[in-house]
Structures are given as C-alpha cells and as structure tokens.
Design a protein around this ligand. Structure first.
Ligand code: ATP
Length: 318
C-alpha cells in the first residue's frame, strides 16, 4: 500500500520554448502537470510510495498523463472517462522574467472526479492524505471526492492541505468558505501570504510571522502551518513554535512548481520522523531545485541530489 495518497487533476502542459506572444511560437513542448501529481513525483523521488487518484480522458493526452506518472514510479489509479477530454494547460513566456499559465480544463475528465473514484482500501492503509484547494474548485463532484477521501482516511491519518487558490477557477468569495472548512480538517497547511489573507479575511495583518500566528490562532487550526514566501523563503509555526526555513540563492528559470516541491520536501521528512529544521531544510532545497529547471516537476530532487544545491549556492557567491 502507498505511504501517501493524493487526488486531483493532472493535465497536459503545452509550453512555448521561445519568449514572446504565444501566437508567434512555432512549436510547443509537450509535458504534463498538476499540483497533486507534482507533489507525488517529489515524494516518490524522496523515497516514498505514493498513490495518485484522478480522471483522464480516453485520449492520447490521458495516456501521456498515465504513462508519465507511472514512469515516475507513482501508483496510478486513474479512471478513464470516455465522456470528456483530458484538460490542457498552456504556458507562455511573454518576457524572460514572466510566466503565464492558461487553462483549458472546464468540463475536462479530471474535473469530473467523484467520490466513487476514491477506493477505500487505498486510503485505509495510507500514512498521509495530501489534498489541494484546487480539486474542490473543479466541480461539485470533485469537492465531494475530497470530502470522501478525508472521511475514508479517518481521524488517525494526517491530512496535508496546500491551499493553492486558483483565481481562474473561483472567486475569493466562493473559495473562502470552502478553504476555511478544509483548513479546520487538515493537520499540515501550506499557504502563500495571499492565501493566508484569504483564509483570515483580515487585510490588517501585516508581517508574515503575524499572518502565520493569526492562522495558528484560528479555531480548529492545524498544528503545522507553512507560509511560503518565494525567493524570500518560508516560515513555519509548528505546535505553537515559529521557525524560519533556509533560503537558497539559485538562478530561477521557471517559478511554477516551487510550492509543490516545498510540500513534497516537508512531507517526506515529516513522514521520516525528522525534526522541523530538517523538514524545512529539505522543503527549501526541493523548492529551490524546482525553480532551476523548466517544467513544473522535472527538476525535483532525489535524496542523493539534495547536496548539489550547495554547489548552486556557491556559484552564486562567486
Ligand atoms: P508555485 O505556485 O509557483 O508552485 P508557491 O507560490 O506555492 O509556488 P513559493 O513561495 O513560490 O510557492 O515557493 C515555495 C518555496 O520554494 C519557497 O518558500 C522557497 O523555499 C522555495 N523557492 C521558491 N522560489 C525560490 C527562488 N527563486 N529561490 C530559492 N528558493 C525558492
């Protein structure tokens, strides 16, 4: 049985290899991506067994999603939906410093995930369930699938939640109550500063540490709160105690996927029984690795590669 189970939508990712308006791109690179499966790849590379649940279309793109995740060693329980296509994500680089992602996912196979797609035996054996705030935004049935997964995992299985607010999928007003509900049902929370403000609904809270503390003070708050701050690092509040994550100085070529990498690094060490400093060190290293490579997950490190980061940091210092 897998150590970790996760569920969500994974799409085919088409990205322009050249910089400029997308209509002038002469070709697009073909890959895949999805927040939960990105975390699954990260955890697998760090030595855990991971099960991913989702739906793909009965099309070549769906077979690409399935093959890629299986090829990474993930236990794939994907339903093939003959009534809808695999969703698409298109990544454009208008300037060398900006990445824009557009989704073609409304009505996709992945968005039709439903509670029947969640096998109870898989969850019963798991040591952790990882969910994101994307899945409940996809459809009513996908929201129910997330609820079913939490129920099937049971109170003894920790749940990690990456808020992952997606403005293309729902408004802050629609998202806030759903995300606040999931917040009270998770044990480990990953959020950006903007996502923390969305949950708190308090624009007055200023510093990142105050934000994290305010989250931790909410009724039903998870014991582990991780606030991600991009190139400025991350802070954590674990069992009421604040921590700072180390910051790596790397040459960032593609910011997408850093959050998923960070979650994978943190969760891998948490499941290994490591202390908070070690969890944050591996999380920060995985996040830094992710941004140094084009693609949402391809750059995620294996355990024996983590030390390579010191070389990148050293390069920067020269
Ligand atoms: P995304 O949604 O793009 O995947 P995110 O907004 O969820 O990312 P970030 O805060 O951008 O998450 O990144 C997560 C972590 O990865 C950061 O807290 C940091 O540890 C690391 N990280 C991100 N960007 C950089 C960078 N440019 N240099 C070094 N580390 C980075």
């Amino acid at each position: 049985a897998p150590d970790v189970v996760t569920l969500g939508e994974t799409m085919v990712l088409l990205s322009a290899p050249s910089i400029g308006p997308l209509r002038h791109a002469r070709s697009l690179d073909v890959a895949i991506g999805g927040a939960e499966s990105n975390v699954a790849v990260g955890l697998t590379r760090l030595g855990l067994r991971v099960g991913w649940l989702g739906r793909v279309g009965d099309d070549e793109f769906g077979r690409l999603v399935r093959n890629t995740l299986a090829g990474e060693g993930i236990d794939v329980s994907a339903v093939t939906d003959t009534g809808a296509p695999t969703g698409l994500m298109v990544k454009a680089r208008r300037t060398s410093a900006s990445t824009e992602v557009n989704y073609y996912r409304a009505g996709s196979a992945g968005s039709r995930l439903c509670p029947d797609d969640v096998p109870s035996d898989l969850l019963r054996g798991a040591r952790l369930l990882h969910i994101t705030g994307i899945t409940p935004a996809l459809s009513a049935s996908a929201r129910k699938a997330v609820d079913a997964a939490i129920s099937l995992a049971g109170p003894a299985t920790p749940v990690s939640l990456d808020v992952n607010y997606r403005q293309a999928l729902w408004s802050p007003a629609e998202a806030a109550p759903v995300l606040r509900d999931l917040f009270t049902r998770c044990d480990i929370l990953f959020a950006t500063e903007a996502e923390a403000r969305l949950i708190l609904d308090d624009p007055r809270v200023a510093s990142p540490l105050d934000l994290a503390r305010a989250l931790a003070a909410l009724p039903g708050a998870p014991a582990q709160i991780l606030l991600k701050r991009g190139a400025r690092g991350a802070i954590a509040i674990v069992d009421g105690i604040p921590y700072d994550a180390p910051v790596h100085h790397v040459d960032a070529v593609d910011p997408v996927g850093a959050g998923d990498a960070f979650a994978a690094g943190y969760l891998a060490e948490y499941l290994a029984g490591a202390d908070v400093h070690t969890r944050l060190a591996t999380a920060a290293a995985a996040g830094a690795f992710a941004v140094t490579v084009q693609g949402d997950w391809e750059g995620l490190p294996r355990r024996d590669e983590l030390a390579l980061l010191q070389l990148l940091d050293a390069d920067d210092a020269v």
